[in-house]
Design a protein around this ligand. Structure first.
Ligand code: SF4
Length: 405
């Protein structure tokens, strides 16, 4: 790969369009089975064909996740699915299970294969092993330090991908049995119920049902709860360590999350690619990332040792802004907006778009598509309203909120 790639999640078609608009070089998504995130929107075969057209038309890449760990009975359906997928000619499949890798090579030998972080690749020998098995790219285990990533790079020539943003598991790169044990929903089948984010109490064995709170704050204790990863300030170090692809986590996250995170990482990466010597952190990046719903940010294991910040003291999401609408049409200062949350005339909203475009404005009178006066913009409603002259279709509207949710 000549240029480093920004790889963005697409949980459904809207999010895919947003990822492309806001600066993804490549997107990854799930089909109707075999990819972790069983609860994301996921794509039918027709949806995948459409996604393929959209990405190819822009010269971008599309990767399909097939990264669940499969049981014996899953292989015949997977073989049939791979047969159907072959004609779509997707750019790569993301796999974890060596059995899936072997089957893809058998059914669709031309297909490029990327190895998921679930495979826990932590050294160059393992990367070479996977490369010899037919893997073109390895997503390194999240627990590696920057120095270790560079050592893997020195010892192999397979493409390297790392996560730079999003939720972290308190588990070995997500291979976790908590959810299977406590909720009967296997994280390794894409059904995690996130029990690491639940509150826990202490019970003395002779007094069943009497729970002693173990308090870290008034809401309880969250002993397994990790912070979210955010490495926007460390992109140059990652690229100098030989990383080829920077991956954003979150196929279950909202369209607003996809837009806000993608545009920040696009800006940071473009500035580095244009002028690496003078690259410096722009405070707007973190400001913007603070405006999406997230747990407190952390650098994960990038600099090694025990980072006292990695554990989040509670399970609250911090949220500085609400997503209130999507611009469908915009011309001459007037626009048609698809509502996502209620908003009112007189409120101050912020319009955001690709390339870090951002402008605050006061909402004027609201009308419906037939010219009827509206008391408020409603979720799922269509609203005709004045927009800043710079507005374009695909821009998003948001509102600052004071509370943490
Ligand atoms: S329970 Fe938590 S640590 Fe385990 S897989 Fe789910 S999110 Fe990850």
């Amino acid at each position: 790969m000549s240029q480093p790639e920004l790889l963005v999640p697409a949980g459904d078609m809207e999010k895919l369009e947003t990822a492309l608009d806001y600066g993804a070089d490549a997107v990854y998504l799930g089909g109707e089975g075999f990819g972790l995130r069983a609860l994301a929107g996921n794509f039918t075969l027709d949806g995948l064909a459409r996604a393929r057209e959209l990405t190819a038309a822009q010269g971008k890449k599309l990767y399909l996740t097939l990264n669940a760990y499969l049981r014996p009975g899953d292989f015949a359906p997977l073989a049939a699915y791979l047969e159907k997928l072959r004609g779509l000619d997707l750019d790569a499949y993301i796999v974890s299970d060596p059995g899936v890798l072997a089957l893809v090579r058998e059914v669709d030998p031309q297909r490029e294969i990327h190895l998921s972080t679930q495979a826990n690749t932590t050294n160059a020998g393992a990367a070479r092993f996977w490369q010899e098995a037919g893997v073109k790219r390895v997503n390194l285990a999240r627990e590696l330090t920057l120095e270790e990533m560079a050592a893997v790079r020195d010892g192999c020539d397979v493409e390297l991908e790392v996560f730079v943003h999003g939720a972290l598991c308190v588990a070995y790169s997500g291979r976790c049995l908590l959810s299977a044990a406590l909720a009967g929903r296997s994280a390794n089948q894409g059904l995690c119920a996130h029990p690491c984010r639940w509150g826990y109490a202490l019970m003395e064995e002779t007094r069943p049902g009497e729970f002693f709170p173990v308090e870290e704050d008034g809401r309880g204790t969250y002993i397994l709860n990790s912070r979210d990863l955010c490495l926007v300030e460390h992109l140059p170090e990652l690229l100098r360590a030989g990383v080829n692809s920077l991956k954003i986590e979150g196929r279950m996250k909202s369209r607003y999350y996809v837009a806000a995170v993608t545009r920040v990482y696009r800006d940071a990466l473009d500035r580095y690619l244009t002028a690496p010597e003078t690259w410096q952190v722009d405070p707007r990046w973190r400001d913007e990332l603070e405006k999406i719903s997230h747990r407190p940010y952390d650098r994960g294991f990038l600099f090694g040792g025990r980072d006292p910040l990695i554990h989040a003291a509670d399970s609250r999401y911090l949220r500085a802004h609400d997503f209130v609408g999507v611009v469908l049409e915009a011309e001459g200062g007037q626009g048609l907006v698809a509502g996502r949350n209620r908003f009112f005339a007189g409120e101050t909203l912020e319009l955001i778009g690709p390339e870090m475009r951002q402008i605050s404005f006061e909402v004027g009178p609201l009308t419906g598509p037939q010219g009827e006066t509206l008391a408020a913009g409603q979720p799922n409603g269509r609203i005709v309203m004045a927009l800043p002259p710079d507005a374009r279709p695909g821009d998003l509207l948001r509102r600052a909120v004071k509370a943490e949710g």
